[in-house]
Design a protein around this ligand. Structure first.
Ligand code: ZN
Length: 144
C-alpha cells in the first residue's frame, strides 16, 4: 500500500465514520461555515473551560474532504487552548497550500490531507472546518 493509498484510507474512514459528529447545545463557541464552490455546509461547536477546549463537535453536509477534515479537526483541538488551536489551524493551512515544512505528529490524521495541495479547488473543502472554528472564536463566547 502506497502512502497515498494510506492517506486516502484515513480520509475515507473519517468520512464514513466521522468522529465527534453532532451539535453541542450549550456550546461556548459555535459557528456555521459554507463553501459555495463545493456545497459544503458545516456547523462547529466547542466547549471551553478555563481556556481549554474540553469538547468539540461538527455536523453538516459536504464532500468527503470537508467532512473528514472537520472530523480530524475536532479530534485534534480537544485538550488544546484556543491559542494552540488557532496555531494548529495556521499550520494546517500552510500544509494544504503546499508550503514546505516539517509537519509532524502534532498534525495527527490531518497529515493525510497533504495531497490536497495538488488540487487547489479542494483546499477550501479541507480548510472549511478550521475556518469555521476560527469564526466561532472570533464571534466570541456565547455565554454572557
Ligand atoms: Zn467540498
Amino acid at each position: 500500500m502506497s502512502l497515498n493509498d494510506l492517506f486516502t484510507e484515513i480520509i475515507l474512514d473519517h468520512y464514513q465514520h466521522p468522529h465527534n459528529h453532532g451539535l453541542i447545545t450549550n456550546a461556548s463557541y459555535s459557528s456555521r461555515g459554507y463553501n459555495e464552490s463545493c456545497g459544503d455546509d458545516i456547523q462547529v461547536s466547542v466547549i471551553v473551560r478555563d481556556g481549554v477546549i474540553t469538547d468539540a463537535k461538527f455536523s453538516g453536509v459536504g464532500c468527503s474532504i470537508s467532512q473528514a477534515s472537520a472530523s480530524i479537526m475536532t479530534d485534534l483541538v480537544k485538550g488544546k487552548t484556543i491559542e494552540e488551536a488557532k496555531q494548529l489551524a495556521v499550520r494546517f493551512y500552510d500544509m494544504v497550500k503546499g508550503i514546505e515544512g516539517d509537519y509532524g505528529e502534532e498534525m495527527g490524521d490531518s497529515i493525510s490531507m497533504q495531497g490536497v495541495s495538488k488540487f487547489p479547488v479542494r483546499v477550501k473543502c479541507a480548510t472549511l472546518g478550521w475556518h469555521t472554528l476560527e469564526e466561532a472564536f472570533a464571534k466570541g463566547d456565547n455565554k454572557e
